[in-house]
Ligand binder design. Structure first.
Ligand SMILES: [Zn+2]
Length: 449
């Protein structure tokens, strides 16, 4: 070997070692802001929706030091005011404060409010439209990344016979979507870009980290609750608070007391509502466990890897086919894309309907063939019920979908509290191509559809 070359290599190596030894230590990496870390993030539609889970949350906070924060889709700018004239934006200013005061009574201090307008409807697509679906989702994803929840609790993303407020459903949809997006750095990437100099001005990059929540659970205000059985845990409200020496149902009543503008309940009704156990339906778990196991079953501290949901897949269907449209069609796609298809199996498509009130039934006729198709749609309704249009023939272009709006009128004589099947049969070229059925529950007050 060339002796001079060998000495040079050794000299360079020694210089490098010296430089390493002299390099200053870089500042420690900054961790996510621990003040905002939660175990449970509750995502709901309105100020006061939180009371659906208050008795459960109050016990978890007191006995297990669980950290909880809230996201509200609206600030509650609509609805009656039980104590004053304030309405609209003034009412929203009051209701945001009512929510903060209510949460504070059992130990929750962090709550964020999106800017969705209160949208009295039963069609989730209506709320998603008025809220701004994209902007609202961006904010929910941001708050999931900021609060890094182990578990998300939210409204059931489904159309039901209950209050069925579209703002509730919209909260459930956004929470479900955010669960699957917050861990993906390509979703709202600017949120997870590191700022160039966080001490200085004119930065871009929000400096958050991607975060994959571990579980999502749903709750519902459907008038029938048998679908909870076996699908999620149930928590009684009768346990006694060690520090306050009252049942958690009483703590729930006290928390409700801050919502003075709402005024929904008599004292007797409020007591009954708060004494009802809190029931959840498991949406999905990325950490195992059983549907009826505890909310925190399988949850361990620390991050888990991003889990990619199935995403949208076109449905397999016959060449010419029909299905319920509107929110029902949307939910079928949502459940498939987010791997929660069991939600669609909890109960058949349903709605509430009042006598002498028009009910909108959207039906989609799909033509996946290469030629125009004629499809006849025939209603099959209970005696006395009418549909407009009645039987009708539709021409559907190749590879097109015809969105049919049918208006059903329930007779004044419709039996109260009865369930009826509203059915449509479709034929093409003399052959049956399928049917759709919507269950209707007669005689109840409900939101404008
Ligand atoms: Zn509500």
């Amino acid at each position: 070997m060339n002796t001079i070359l060998c000495r040079c290599v050794v000299a360079v190596w020694l210089l490098t070692i010296t430089a390493w030894a002299q390099a200053p230590q870089a500042p420690a990496n900054l961790a996510p802001d621990a003040r905002y870390k939660v175990d449970i993030l509750v995502i709901v539609g309105h100020p006061d929706d939180d009371t659906e889970a208050t008795t459960y949350l109050a016990k978890e906070i007191e006995q297990h030091h669980v950290r909880v924060a809230l996201v509200y889709g609206t600030r509650g700018n609509s609805g009656g005011n039980a104590v004053g004239y304030e309405q609209s934006k003034a009412l929203a200013d009051e209701r945001e404060m009512e929510a903060r005061h209510s949460l504070a009574t059992y130990g929750i201090t962090n709550a964020w409010f999106l800017h969705g307008p209160d949208t009295p409807s039963e069609d989730v697509l209506h709320s998603l439209e008025t809220w701004g679906h994209g902007e609202s989702l961006e904010e929910v994803v941001r708050l999931v990344r900021l609060t890094r929840p182990e578990v998300i609790l939210t409204w059931l993303p489904n159309y039901d016979d209950g209050e069925n407020h579209s703002d509730h459903q919209a909260a459930g949809v956004l929470a479900t979507e955010a669960f699957d997006l917050a861990g993906n750095p390509l979703a709202f990437s600017e949120q997870v870009a590191a700022p160039r100099d966080h001490f200085n001005v004119s930065n871009y990059g929000e400096g958050l980290r991607p975060w994959q929540p571990k579980k999502i659970y749903y709750f519902s205000d459907a008038i029938h609750s048998e679908f909870y059985k076996g699908n999620g845990p149930e928590y009684p409200s009768s346990d006694i608070s060690p520090s306050r020496h009252v049942p958690y149902s009483k703590i729930g009543e006290l928390a409700w007391g801050s919502y003075q503008t709402q005024g929904d309940y008599t004292p007797e009704q409020l007591k009954e509502v708060m004494e009802t156990p809190v029931r959840f339906i498991l949406g999905k778990s990325l950490v195992g466990g059983t549907p009826t196991g505890d909310v925190f079953e399988g949850v361990r501290p620390g991050a888990i890897p991003y889990h990619r949901a199935s995403g949208y897949q076109p449905a397999a269907r016959p060449p010419v086919s029909i299905e319920l449209g509107g929110p029902w069609a949307f939910y079928r796609q949502l459940w498939q894309a987010h791997d929660i298809e069991h939600i669609g199996k909890l109960y058949a498509p349903e709605t509430g309907v009042a006598p002498e009130e028009k009910l909108w039934v959207p039906i989609l006729i799909h033509n996946d063939t290469d030629s125009i198709q004629q499809v006849t749609l025939n209603p099959a309704l209970p005696a006395g019920w009418t549909a407009k249009p009645a039987a009708q023939i539709y021409s559907i272009a190749a590879h097109d979908t015809y969105p049919v709006s049918v208006w059903v009128l329930a007779p004044a004589s419709a039996p109260k509290d009865a369930w009826v099947n509203l059915m449509w049969n479709a034929q093409s070229e003399g052959r049956d191509i399928g049917s759709v059925t919507l269950r209707g529950h007669v005689d109840r007050e409900h939101m404008p559809q």
